[in-house]
Design a protein around this ligand. Structure first.
Ligand SMILES: *Cc1c(COP(=O)(O)O)cnc(C)c1O
Length: 229
């Protein structure tokens, strides 16, 4: 067993335990393995251990890895900040984007999505309270952004994503996830068909699952400390 496969099993066990504790079906929670900064071999090890979906933050690093691993049946998610001059590479190479915060970026991705590929699955990144960075759209702007993105022909709006500031206390961890879930439910109530709440990282998977996460994005707990990559 490689260290990656042991770590992966431990993360899956955490997801199952949290699902059980909060009365959720573990089948409704997907694991996205965040492979940013780690070489293609680490992705191969995780794939050999059964992991199929991988997340990358940097466009060129991601595109290089996608090319190197093209022989494997992998699903690639772009989760980092996206500048307009990089949208074409993302539209051409990735299956998902979690970090849409402006309509202009979404419009470019829709225009640039190649016609031989299925629509690009996207989540809108929301700046919930306690957000570590300044990224994400303001909650007040979310309904308008969501309906505009949902109307773009080559995108498939799947849901919402957030990156709250790290917190140690479980109840404090839950608050921004609760806020994101309520925004998600409001959009659903407004008639949008959404299936993805992308929230929870290595240190707060359990709090995210308690609040309804359908996809957790985990790097460190699978691959190790990125400072040692
Ligand atoms: C790096 C990153 C992750 C993974 O974080 P870990 O703490 O290493 O699990 C998840 N989501 C985003 C957007 C990231 O940039």
């Amino acid at each position: 067993m490689t260290p990656t496969s042991a770590n992966l099993q431990a993360v899956l066990a955490r997801i199952h335990a949290a699902a059980h504790r909060f009365g959720r079906d573990p089948a409704g929670i997907r694991l996205l393995a965040v492979s940013k900064t780690w070489p293609a071999q680490c992705v191969r090890d995780a794939f050999a251990a059964g992991q199929q979906a991988f997340g990358e933050n940097y466009v060129q690093e991601g595109v290089d890895k996608i090319g190197e691993l093209a022989a494997l049946d992998l699903e690639w998610h772009f989760i980092g900040p996206l500048q307009s001059n990089k949208t074409r590479l993302v539209a051409e190479h990735f299956d998902w984007v979690h970090s849409i915060e402006r309509l202009k970026i979404a419009e470019r991705l829709s225009e640039q999505r190649p016609s031989h590929l299925p629509p690009l699955s996207v989540c809108l990144q929301v700046n919930v309270s306690g957000e570590a960075s300044k990224s994400g759209c303001a909650p007040a702007e979310l309904p308008a952004l969501a309906s505009a993105v949902a109307a773009l022909p080559r995108l498939h709006l799947r849901g919402l994503m957030a990156i709250p500031a790290p917190a140690d206390d479980f109840d404090i961890q839950r608050q921004p996830f609760c806020q994101l879930r309520k925004l998600f439910e409001q959009l659903q109530g407004g008639g949008l068909v959404l299936d993805t709440l992308s929230m929870g990282m290595s240190h707060d998977i359990e709090a995210a699952i308690a609040e309804g996460a359908t996809m957790v994005r985990v790097g460190t707990a699978i691959f190790g400390d990125r400072n040692k990559a």
